[in-house]
Ligand binder design. Structure first.
Ligand code: E4P
Length: 217
């Protein structure tokens, strides 16, 4: 399973990248706004900076919601760097645009996916990634990981090449469960990635080893 970080914060991207386990980055308009990135040029430059920092796929989301607008915006985003993956919302014009991008050699990540039916459509259109939003599904009383498992099962038996990118991760357990059900990618906040490191018995065990090591000096 590949690890992406789900942020536009450069310090967090750097920290995850330095761990040596980072395979890519996903962003969205809310994450860009959180970092105070404003205006066309600033947004384009920010994506360029991320691409220069991380050697992996970088999802950059379109704002347009009509076919022509999505295609025009996506072409500009894709021109920033070969690693850019154009993130397109799961709407009717979005599906049409994903097909257009597929036919024209531009890779896409279909975002805001909440059902298996939506996932089938984006695979048919040739998306490189489908992004089911696990945390938001859990928040509404359903089981997000179950959807990841269902999509993975459908893609496997149908031979779809689209990679299942589990998004809206809220905690380390989400990452573990996504790995169990065969997600191709997990895009996670830094806290959830670092949460995987933690176990109290590791801390207790290390403290004891260090204490005993003093006796051997
Ligand atoms: C996906 O690529 C989105 O950026 C993200 O995972 C959304 O997560 P949220 O529900 O925490 O906003």
């Amino acid at each position: 399973m590949k690890f992406f970080i789900d942020t536009a914060n450069l310090a967090q991207i750097k920290e995850a990248n330095e761990l040596g386990i980072l395979d890519g980055v996903t962003t969205n308009p809310s994450l860009m706004a959180k970092e105070g990135i404003k205006g066309h040029d600033a947004i384009m430059n920010h994506y360029k900076t991320i691409c220069e920092m991380v050697d992996g796929d970088i999802s950059a989301e379109v704002i347009a919601t009509d076919f022509n607008g999505i295609v025009e915006e996506g072409k500009k985003l894709a021109a920033i760097h070969p690693n850019i993956v154009v993130k397109v919302p799961m709407i009717k014009d979005g599906v049409k645009a994903i097909k257009w991008f597929t036919d024209n050699g531009i890779r896409t990540n279909c975002t805001l996916v909440f059902s298996a039916g939506q996932a089938i459509l984006c695979a048919k259109a040739g998306a490189a990634y489908v992004s089911p939003f696990i945390g938001r599904i859990d928040d509404s009383g359903w089981d997000g990981v179950q959807l990841v498992e269902q999509i993975k099962h459908i893609y496997t038996i149908q031979g779809f090449k689209t990679q299942v990118l589990a998004a809206s991760i809220r905690n380390p357990n989400h990452i573990i469960r996504c790995a169990e059900v065969g997600a191709d990618v997990c895009t996670c906040p830094l806290d959830s990635i670092l949460g995987l490191l933690k176990h109290p018995l590791t801390d207790i065990g290390l403290a004891k080893f260090l204490e005993d090591a003093k006796k051997t000096q």
